[in-house]
Every structure is written in structure tokens, then in C-alpha cells.
Design a protein. Structure first.
Length: 95
């Protein structure tokens, strides 16, 4: 079960990256100051630190946290971020 949750974390992280790039290409901006810094420092490769953080966090949760609840919360948070990005993208297209 933990491996499935890790896969979900990674997939939601990738979805977040793809949607963020779509929002940025439509004139949006990154709201997270840490990711803005990564974008400034790494340019088009800004997503590498973001994806690495998600993978490392997921692996740490699986290795060191025996309860499934914190891992599930991390998956839910990632899912909410993706849903928010979809919401922003849809509203950009309308306006």
C-alpha cells in the first residue's frame, strides 16, 4: 500500500508540474516563493528540485513513518494542489 501511495505522490507531483507550466504559459505566475526562486535559478529545469523534494518526502514517509495516515495526507495535499491548478487554468481560459 505504501508503494502505491508513493506512486500517487510522484504522479500528482508530475501533474502539478505540467499544470503549472501550462498556467505560466498562459500568463499566470507561480505563487509559491520557493518555487519562484527555483524558477529564477534553474529556468526551464525548475521542476527538478520540486520533483526531487516530492520523491524524497515520499520515500522518507514510507521508510520512517509506520502509520499510513501521514502518507495519505501527503497524497491528499498533492491532489488538492493539482485540483487547484486545474481550477486556475480553467478560469484563465474563461477570462
Amino acid at each position: 500500500m505504501n508503494i502505491l501511495l508513493l506512486i500517487a505522490i510522484i504522479l500528482f507531483g508530475v501533474a502539478d508540474i505540467l499544470l503549472t507550466n501550462r498556467i505560466l504559459s498562459n500568463g499566470g505566475r507561480e505563487l509559491n516563493p520557493i518555487m519562484r526562486l527555483c524558477m529564477d535559478r534553474f529556468g526551464n529545469l525548475w521542476f527538478i528540485p520540486k520533483l526531487m523534494i516530492a520523491i524524497i518526502a515520499g520515500v522518507c514517509f514510507i521508510l520512517f513513518i509506520k502509520s499510513i495516515i501521514p502518507i495519505a495526507i501527503l497524497v491528499i495535499v498533492q491532489f488538492c494542489i493539482v485540483v487547484w491548478n486545474i481550477f486556475v487554468l480553467v478560469n484563465m481560459k474563461k477570462g
